[in-house]
Design a binder for this molecule. Structure first.
Ligand code: NAI
Ligand code: MG
Length: 353
């Protein structure tokens, strides 16, 4: 029997609520599929920041290094600036563990309502491959001057290694799907980094003659995602563009409560980290009504990355069964159920197929 060591960081707000449900479902899948998940809980959060002045201890990265994978709820809470929670926890972990792929699969699940009329489950299915270690999210820059002369500068960093590896990942992924890749660019307005990105995209595309490739400006791609989402399969995007597009993709397929994400170290030399696309949602935190599906599906991605493919498949199937039946649904899905009721229903629906 395989044993896996999993670090759990519930974080803040609804991160805590949905993490409990995801663990419930993964425990059930592990039991049925005959492996053991050994959880270790870390209280790293904005609450910890308020008490100690740091989101995680100084040796946080070393503490996590020995784990197989990390399951993260969400961090961020009013009172702690968002750049503190992001740069004090998420970004250092993504970079220290070389989780350079942020993989965000999106599909229209049964029993959920899309804002797009007339679409049914199975019709909308795409995946955003977001660059996760450089790009627009950089520390380079600063604030200068005072008064009316005050200004801020922020630099982006695009390295050949960084762009090549994310683009190649997208092409490899496309080979296992419909064989289409679209690159999000903006080389008309951003005249140094984006033409560099486009050039590397074209070079890698030439290595994959069987994959259909095209580039599209981010603004037009955003419109296409709403008007013709069926034309999109794999999207490869820089850190910022991928961040924005994945919230949009989640919104067109039923909301942020449905969209999982993986911060993946493809070489598996470090742990990968799985989390929902959504944040800590302070507006509904503590009410027990957050939709746990995104976090449960993030858990399915974690199992898949561990190599427990059958268990991952049975978790996704359980989510679909419960949503299709429509009897247990949180308010964002038009129902009246609680986070725990939906989590328990999914856990009970996990079967060996
Ligand atoms: P958010 O994703 O937390 O919430 C946006 C809207 O979607 C809210 O109205 C919320 O109620 C709703 N929503 C989100 N998840 C839901 C769920 N599972 N079920 C039902 N409704 C759901 O984004 P927001 O409000 O921009 O950020 C709140 C905090 O979260 C901030 O501090 C932000 O920095 C942090 N954040 C953290 C992330 C992370 O840990 N990876 C990612 C995004 C935001
Ligand atoms: Mg985001």
């Amino acid at each position: 029997m395989s044993d896996y060591r999993i670090a759990s960081i519930p974080g803040d707000g609804i991160g805590v609520d949905v993490q409990i449900e995801a663990r419930k479902v993964l425990e059930r899948a592990a039991e049925l599929h005959g492996f053991v998940l050994q959880w270790t809980e870390f209280d790293w959060s904005c609450e910890r920041f308020a008490q100690t002045g740091t989101m995680m201890p100084d040796d946080g990265v070393q503490l996590l290094a020995g784990f197989d994978q990390i399951l993260l709820g969400a961090v961020g809470f009013p009172g702690v600036p968002d750049h503190v929670s992001l740069w004090g926890l998420l970004i250092p972990l993504r970079r220290a563990f070389s989780q350079y792929v942020n993989l965000r699969p999106v599909r229209l699940l049964p029993g959920t309502n899309t804002v797009l009329a007339g679409r049914t489950a199975g019709e909308l299915e795409m995946v955003i491959v977001r660059e996760n270690s450089e790009g627009e999210y950089s520390r380079i820059g600063g604030r200068h001057g005072t008064g009316a002369g005050e200004f801020a500068l922020q630099e982006s960093v695009f390295t050949r290694t960084g762009v090549e590896r994310i683009v190649r990942y997208a092409f490899e992924l496309a080979k296992t799907r419909t064989g289409r890749v679209v690159s999000a660019t903006k080389s008309n307005g951003i005249i140094h980094t984006m033409p560099f990105w486009d050039e590397i995209f074209a070079e890698i595309a030439a290595e994959y003659p069987d994959v259909h490739s095209e580039q599209c400006h981010i603004d037009a791609l955003a419109a296409r995602m709403v008007q013709q989402p069926e034309r999109i399969d794999v999207v490869v995007a820089s850190n910022l563009f991928g961040d924005i597009l994945s919230d949009l993709a989640a919104a067109v397929t039923g909301g942020l409560g449905m969209a999982p994400s993986g911060n993946i170290n493809p070489e598996s030399t470090h742990p990968s980290m799985f989390e929902a696309v959504h944040g800590s949602a302070p507006d509904i935190a503590g009410q027990g009504i957050a939709n746990p599906v995104a976090q449960i599906l993030a858990g399915a991605m974690l199992l898949d990355h561990l190599g427990e493919r059958a268990a991952a498949g049975s978790v996704s199937a359980a989510v679909e069964t419960v949503l299709a039946a429509g009897e247990v649904a949180t308010p964002d899905l038009g129902g009246k159920s609680t986070t725990a009721e939906l989590g328990t229903a999914v856990a009970e629906a996990v079967k060996i197929s």
